[in-house]
Design a protein around this ligand. Structure first.
Ligand SMILES: Nc1ncnc2c1ncn2[C@@H]1O[C@H](COP(=O)(O)OP(=O)(O)OP(=O)(O)O)[C@@H](O)[C@H]1O
Ligand SMILES: [Mg+2]
Length: 646
């Protein structure tokens, strides 16, 4: 199969995996919008009132002019006397009235526009914040299934569609709605005869819109769907640029991007063609309604049923309405796009979060997710009281798989680790070592079995014995983790060292001490040099640090966390042998008294542990002291690291 066909199949598969919508906004979408506006509901209603009064004042100028014209007529002519309110009005009075209406209308309309734009921008940014709160608590499986690019699309282009309309042009759109309402009232005031023509015009426009609606919606959604694979591919390529270049595969990646982009552009042009056709159809029906009004209007004036001023008003409104209706239905399209954006954000907003996780008490939207009580934050500031103490780990008949359709990666693990024990975990690649840690952290739901740390279970929504359950957050606070792929974030080295900074944290002195203990700099480095490093600007994913440096920072972070259990997953695989030896010895010293789970492929690390757990295909093959397990596990599986004394 050619690369091209393969990529297009991949693109299609990606598209299919994206959510498809039914074309009707669900109640939950409307509820989300309602919740977004709720805190400012009274202001919203007041501004809407200001807006409609403003528009009526501005448009009423037309009626006043009609009455003014009629005062110039002499009977018997196709004129009617203006209402008694205007009897005795001279030219100057009409001019004053027109001026006053214009000024009032202008002030009210501006007030409305600025007010509603600011209020809406605030309201929709609430949707963004609330979605972020929940997305950061979604189960790990969600991130496995959804490529980063797809998640990014929701937070970039979908949200942008929402903000682009709600953060500004929404005022314009609402204004058009006001115009349509105001015009209906004012045409009726000028002459009820024209009301049917006005409804005919509006009805025809609406008919064209309804006729085109399914295809317009489908085209827009297709466009949103075709945008994400390109973004996903771009993000992935940017991350893997080093590998792509090393293998000289730039062409494949640019070709694939071109293919995905072409698919998007092709859809964009298709959609554009359909929008143009829609506009033309609106013009055509408007012309027909206009003609009908003109002919009927002439007859009505001839019969003396309508005054000349009245005819003038009706024509002015119908002329104006051509543009307003067109703009209204075109805006309706943009509005739909924004609503599709809300719908897509809303989907993430309402996904179930990780079992046992809670939203912070600051969450405002009621989406049925459990909320943490405010006091819990203070209580969980530092877990692992009795610093320096280890905790026991108890694992019984543990089964886990990553997804329903995947095989079990842990199959009936039974394990008891004593407080302060150092347990090495060995096994071939893919044997389930990291998975065991993921289960310990309750990062993925376990299929069966029991996991306890310090005698406590994580409260993940299942019944735990009375007094033995800890909230997920507190439970995880018992464990410190140096992952196989150290996670670093954009920010200073200081921020990277204390990710829990918001809940109180370490002082610079403590941070420097920790860095010094892992020998981040040469032994002779001064405190000033270290202090300088705390300011170091770490780039995204720690790009500007070496793999070993990242591991050292993570090690320091772990030291600062001071949790009773420390998990080191290949924590020293990227540092040079000398640093590794230092670190391995140092971990024995740093974490003395703490329970340690050390996953390593190197003999030197494993040998010094109290016991060795040998995993094979997710089962325990052997568990015992190193001299018993290691000969059988075989030196072939472990790497001997040469070490020279400095
Ligand atoms: N997020 C995931 N989704 C689906 N399957 C996974 C996931 N993570 C790991 N696996 C699978 O689970 C099995 C065990 O993987 P695990 O990461 O636990 O191995 P490991 O022993 O840590 O290997 P290594 O020494 O290479 O780090 C592997 O077959 C792997 O493909
Ligand atoms: Mg692993």
């Amino acid at each position: 199969m050619s690369d091209e066909r393969r990529s297009s199949r991949a693109a299609r598969r990606f598209n299919d995996a994206e959510t498809r919508f039914q074309g009707v906004y669900s109640r939950s979408v409307l509820n989300t919008l309602f919740q977004a506006y709720q805190p400012a509901m009274a202001r919203t209603l007041f501004l809407l009132f200001v807006g409609i009064v403003g528009r009526i004042a501005l448009l009423a100028n037309t009626n006043v002019m009609g009455y003014w014209v009629d005062t110039f007529c002499r009977a018997p002519s196709p004129c009617k006397a203006p209402p008694s309110l205007f009897s005795g009005f001279a030219t100057a009075d009409f001019l004053w009235l027109l001026g006053a209406l214009t000024a009032l209308g202008f002030v009210l309309v501006m007030w409305f526009r600025v007010g509603i734009s600011r209020l809406s921008a605030d309201s929709v940014s609430r949707v963004y914040d609330e979605t972020t709160l929940r997305t950061s608590r979604l189960p790990m499986g969600f991130f496995d299934r959804n490529p980063a690019g797809r998640v990014m699309t929701r937070f970039s282009s979908d949200y942008n569609n929402v903000f682009r309309v709600f953060g500004g042009p929404l005022a314009e759109f609402v204004m058009l709605v006001f115009d349509l309402l105001a015009m209906t009232i004012l045409i009726a005031v000028a002459s009820p005869w024209f009301v049917p023509f006005w409804f005919l015009l509006a009805g025809l426009n609406y008919g064209v819109y309804r006729w085109n609606l399914p295809v317009l919606r489908a085209e827009r959604r297709e466009m949103a769907l075709r945008r994400s694979p390109g973004i996903a591919h771009f993000a992935e390529s940017a991350q893997g640029m080093g590998t792509i270049r090393a293998f000289g595969r730039q062409a494949n990646f640019t070709d694939r991007f071109a293919l995905l982009n072409d698919s998007y552009l092709e859809q964009r042009f298709r959609a554009l063609g359909i929008f143009v056709r829609f506009s033309l159809e609106l013009y055509a029906v408007t012309a027909v309604a206009f003609l009908a009004t003109g002919l009927a209007g002439a007859a009505l004036v001839r019969e003396g049923w309508v005054s000349l001023g009245g005819l003038g008003v009706a024509f002015a409104y119908l002329g104006l309405s051509t543009t307003i209706l067109q703009a209204f239905f075109e805006w309706l399209g943009q509005f739909e796009e924004a609503m599709t954006g809300v719908e897509r954000m809303n989907e993430y907003l309402r996904l179930p979060i990780e079992p046992g996780a809670r939203l912070p008490a600051t969450a405002r939207f009621r989406t049925g997710h459990p909320i943490e009580d405010a006091g819990a934050i203070a209580r969980s500031a530092r877990v692992g009281d009795g610093a320096g103490q280890g905790a026991s780990i108890e694992i019984r008949d543990l089964w886990m798989r990553y997804r329903e359709d995947l095989p079990q990666v842990l199959q009936g693990i039974d394990l008891q680790v004593n407080p302060g024990e150092r347990l090495a975990v060995v096994g071939r690649t893919g044997s389930g070592k990291t998975s065991l840690v993921q289960a310990l952290f309750r990062l993925y739901p376990i299929e069966r079995g029991l996991v306890r740390v310090a005698g406590m279970e994580a409260d993940v929504g299942q019944a735990a014995p009375e007094g033995r359950a800890l909230s997920l957050e507190k439970y995880r606070g018992l464990l410190a983790y140096i992952t196989q792929e150290p996670a670093m974030f954009l920010g200073s080295l200081r921020e990277n060292l204390r990710p829990w900074a918001l809940r109180g944290g370490a002082t610079d002195r403590e941070l420097i001490q920790a860095l010094r203990r892992v020998q981040f700099l040469r032994p002779t480095a001064t405190d000033a040099e270290y202090a300088h490093w705390l300011e170091y600007a770490v780039e995204e994913r720690g790009r500007n640090l070496s793999a070993g440096e990242k591991q050292l920072v993570c090690m320091a972070r772990c030291l600062l966390q001071d949790a009773p259990v420390v998990v080191l997953d290949e924590a020293t695989s990227a540092v040079d042998p000398r640093s590794e030896e230092i670190l391995t010895r140092a971990t024995e010293e740093f974490f003395i008294g703490k329970t340690q789970i050390v996953i390593a492929h190197r003999l030197s690390t494993v040998r010094s542990c109290d016991r060795v757990l040998w995993l094979e295909d997710g089962k325990i093959r052997r568990l015992g002291p190193p001299p018993e397990v290691l000969p059988e596990f075989g030196s072939v599986e472990l790497v001997e690291v040469p070490f020279r004394k400095p």
